[in-house]
Structures are given as C-alpha cells and as structure tokens.
Design a protein around this ligand. Sequence first.
Ligand SMILES: Cc1cc2nc3c(=O)[nH]c(=O)nc-3n(C[C@H](O)[C@H](O)[C@H](O)COP(=O)(O)OP(=O)(O)OC[C@H]3O[C@@H](n4cnc5c(N)ncnc54)[C@H](O)[C@@H]3O)c2cc1C
Length: 332
Amino acid sequence: MPETMFDYAIEATKTLQQADPELARQVQIITPSTNPSLADLQVSNAAGAIKQQCAASLWPYKLVCWVLERLLSSNNTSNGSFNLQTNTTVTSVQPYDGGWLVTTPRGEIKAPKILLCTNAYTSSLLPTLHDIIVPVKGEMSALIPTPNAKLQRSYGFLGHLRQNIEQDDYLVQRPIAEDGSGGELMFGGGRAYATNAGVGISDDSTIDEPAAAYLRKEILKVLDIQGDEPVKELKASHEWTGIMGFSRDSHPWVGCVPEEVAGGNGMYICAGYTGHGMPNAALCAKAAVESMSGKRDEIDLPRSYWITSERLSKAREMLTVKDADEAAIRNP
Ligand SMILES: Cc1cc2nc3c(=O)[nH]c(=O)nc-3n(C[C@H](O)[C@H](O)[C@H](O)COP(=O)(O)OP(=O)(O)OC[C@H]3O[C@@H](n4cnc5c(N)ncnc54)[C@H](O)[C@@H]3O)c2cc1C
C-alpha cells in the first residue's frame, strides 16, 4: 500500500505507463534529486511532483459567450432556430402530452424532448437524482502576484495541510501585459477549510471566508514566489464561489434519463462532472444531442458515462458523495 500521497501519484503514473505508454511519455516524476528539481518547478516544499508536458487554460466565460454569440448571429431569419433566455429559471419540468412542459417565471414551453444541462442543480428539477449528483461549493480567488511571480506552468496541489486527496488546490496565472499589469494568480480550492467542505451547498452568493483566507495565505507556502520583502498573505482583487456537481460514482451522467426516473420519455441529461467539466462537458453534450437526434451507433462516449437504471442502482450501493469525500475515497 502506498504510504503518502506522492507514493499514490507514483503508483498512478506507473499504471498510466502500462495502460497508455504514449500518454505516459508526457509525464515525468520529479523528486528532490531529479533534473528538473522541485526548486526548478518553484515547489521546493513539496514531497514530490508529477510534471505533465501538455496542458491548457482558458477563460470559460469568454468561450461560452463566443459560442452563444455565434449561435445568435447565425439566426438570420425572424423564426430563428436558436432562442436564448437568460436569467430565466426553469421551475419545473413535467411530462405532458407525450412530451414535456417546461415552466419558467416568464411562461411555459412545450417540447417533445428536453436536455437537462443543469449540472450541480439537476436535482432541483429531477429530485430523484438528489443522491446521484450533489452540489459542492468551490472557492476561487484572483490574487495580486508578488513581483517575481512569473509562472511557466499551471499547478494542481494535493495534500497541503489537512486537505485530503479529493480536495485539491489549482492555480493558473493570467497573462502578464507588456506594462507589467495583469498576471493575477487564479487560485482555487481550500475545501477542507470550508463549511462542510462545501458538500451539499448550492448557494454561491457568498464566499467561504476560512477557505478564502487559506487561499490568500497558503499559496505562499506551496509555491516559491516570495519576493525580497516577504508577505504573510496575498491580496485578492476578486474572490468568489461556484457550485460543482459531484457524481456519486465519479463519472458524468449522459443520455436519456430512464423513464422510471424521469416520469416520462424524452428527457435527456449531461451533468455531474465532479469539478472537471472543462475537458468533458463539450463532448458529453455532443453525445447527448446525438442520442436525442436518434443516432444510435458510434456515439463517441465512454460506456461508464451513459445513464442507465443499472448504473444508478450500482451507484446507490457506493458511499454517498459526502461519506466518500470525508473518507477521501473515490467511488467506484
Ligand atoms: C470553483 C470552481 C472551479 C472549477 N475549476 C475547474 C477546472 O479547473 N477544470 C475543470 O475542468 N472544471 C472546473 N470546474 C468545473 C466546471 O466549471 C464545470 O464542470 C462546468 O462548468 C460544467 O459545465 P455545465 O455547463 O455542465 O454546468 P454549469 O457551468 O454549472 O452550468 C449549469 C447552468 O445551468 C443553469 N441552471 C441550473 N438550474 C437551472 C434551472 N432550473 N433553470 C435555468 N437554468 C438553470 C445554471 O444557472 C448554470 O448556468 C470548476 C468549478 C468550480 C465551481
């Protein structure tokens, strides 16, 4: 049995080397005696590091706006096929005349098929999934960098202080402009310090101060960015929270919701990314839409992502999201 989190990481890397040697070639185990060293990676205090060659960062809001603007501008008829209603909460979905009745404060819509991409909030419309996709509040900050914080890479930190293996911290730096402005350190996590570790919380209207304080202070301990005049904590230009949708068996739920769960036919879902939707949500949505359009074969989606009655039953035999999170055990 591995003894430390770094031992786990080494084991996981070895498993990857066996399962996918080509992918594993992008991954390098860094110990105090390797080249590059932990100090080269600016993580001198770490027990070790796993360096990965390829990574990407993006501003999700800009991506989503770009997608929506393109869809809106492609509607060149008065009967446009794309209709966007922002700030319009769906308060209920009910089976109706072989299809669905979607109720909002601004009126009702009838549709033969509907797709729930409501992620953490799915159980507000489909209460039977309350124990399958669970809201988890995450804390984020944009921290003003120290003068020498010019990072070459993005980071994920595991196991700092009392954080368990499911409570990682993550860091991406914004670009630094020619005049030296920008470069904010987008640092998130600190969940072990948040109320209930954020589990079961769907209100993102407040920040969680202990988690926010952890982020402002601990970044200086996990990363070598102190300048000539050491500071105790960084200032945040912005702090906020967001709600992730944790899946009971750790995989997203995609496809046609079984009739006995939805109460009718023609309800589809893509949700439950357990905080990792960026590399997952777009292709899950494509698969869900292909499935809605009646395409049956060759939909490119891992089998473990499809929602079925059997998978739901199996997931319910696993630890609850809260118990798994507390025990630092990842289902399945
Ligand atoms: C703090 C934080 C950090 C994260 N960091 C990363 C990361 O580094 N990498 C990564 O891959 N992922 C990350 N994620 C997760 C990622 O943001 C999500 O997986 C992704 O946003 C899921 O996309 P989505 O469209 O399915 O759901 P969401 O982006 O949650 O969108 C769901 C939408 O549905 C709307 N909605 C819900 N219910 C209703 C209703 N009844 N009526 C109308 N609208 C409704 C909501 O308002 C929301 O706009 C992070 C999440 C948080 C909160």
